[in-house]
Design a protein around this ligand. Sequence first.
Ligand code: ADP
Ligand code: MG
Length: 393
Amino acid sequence: ESFWAAVGAGGSGAPTPSSSDNIRVYVRVRPPSSREAAAGVPPCLDVLGGQTVVLSEAGRLDPFTATFDRVFGPEAGQEEVYAAVGAQMVENCLAGFNSSIFVYGQTGAGKTHTITGDVTRGEDGALAEQCGLTLRVFRQLFDRITDEEQGGVRYTVKCSYCEVYNEELSDLLAAPGARAAGGLAIREGDAHRGVCVEGLTEHVAVNADDVMGLVQRGSANRHTAATRMNERSSRSHSVFTAVVEAAEAQADSGVTQVRFAKLNLIDLAGSERVGKSGATGEQLTEAKSINKSLTTLGRVVTALTERQQHVPYRDSRLTFLLKESLGGNSKTSLVACVSPCEDSAQESHSTLVFAQGAKRIRNKAVVNQDTVGDLRALQLENARLQRELAKKE
Ligand code: ADP
Ligand code: MG
């Protein structure tokens, strides 16, 4: 069945399909690292019944208990997390809804493992077992696109990958010499297309291998661009975005109807408090400005859950860039990553409190649709042919 049937597009006066949902919030507890295991650090988190997490700290009388859409214990593998969190994103995207997945948590809690993981091929050519959400989402997306194209729908997938560091936005896929000094500007596009980044390069992907290449390239830039490598990667936010366009010619009217959806996969900076690392004076000021995007994210979440009149999206690059994903036109999931061990109990507690707050955000997603002229239809047909060719090689 064509997806147009599902949304009733093409009929005059049909309402734009929409759906109003709370952000889905998941918790993932990683296994103890070999260092933690060797040092015998005691665990402080228990998972009960798949939806509840209990944090008990020595010296704290009452354990802290919280419930989420799902809690993944240390034994949960990458495929299990994908099946619960990522698979629905593909369906939402094909139905024309924007969707976003955020990973949140302290440095070392498993954010990058969850969203990116191992992005190389195994010896048998299959995705690596430790491959994270991004490639699993795109593998499934391209499989589903192939099915839909047999029904006469034409797809284009355009990807971009950027980083927010120290309130500067940079393009992780730009040619090395072409990176704009001072960062790229964000502007509010039309109501339809949402926020856009000026000069951010877009790359057409025709299969999951293309996406793999882009993620590898961008991730490498994320690391080598800095002298203080670890510092930077734990303090920067990265956003992988794909705009998926679907076009179908309407036999009766001859018009091509287009739907598009934006997919965002967001690896947030470490949420640990600055004070803990002993930063003072100038260093502290710097750290605060670096984390402005993260503190603003907290304030945006609070403003949304308390239904305040003013939501401070524009106070940081990250929240402005992801405005639609937070209380706007998007289906959004948050995976809060935590370490299981007692020496991280305080940070895990604050991560769980943040995640609890996020559960109360409501988004309203609408199907993005449009009609286009012949030129665009040709471009889409061209992209489809490229994909066919790539398949045959
Ligand atoms: P973050 O991005 O939050 O700083 P990482 O994703 O880099 O943390 O994880 C830190 C380390 O722990 C990495 O070596 C990663 O491979 C490992 N790790 C994290 N989560 C898991 C998990 N669920 N299973 C196995 N290893 C994990
Ligand atoms: Mg990381």
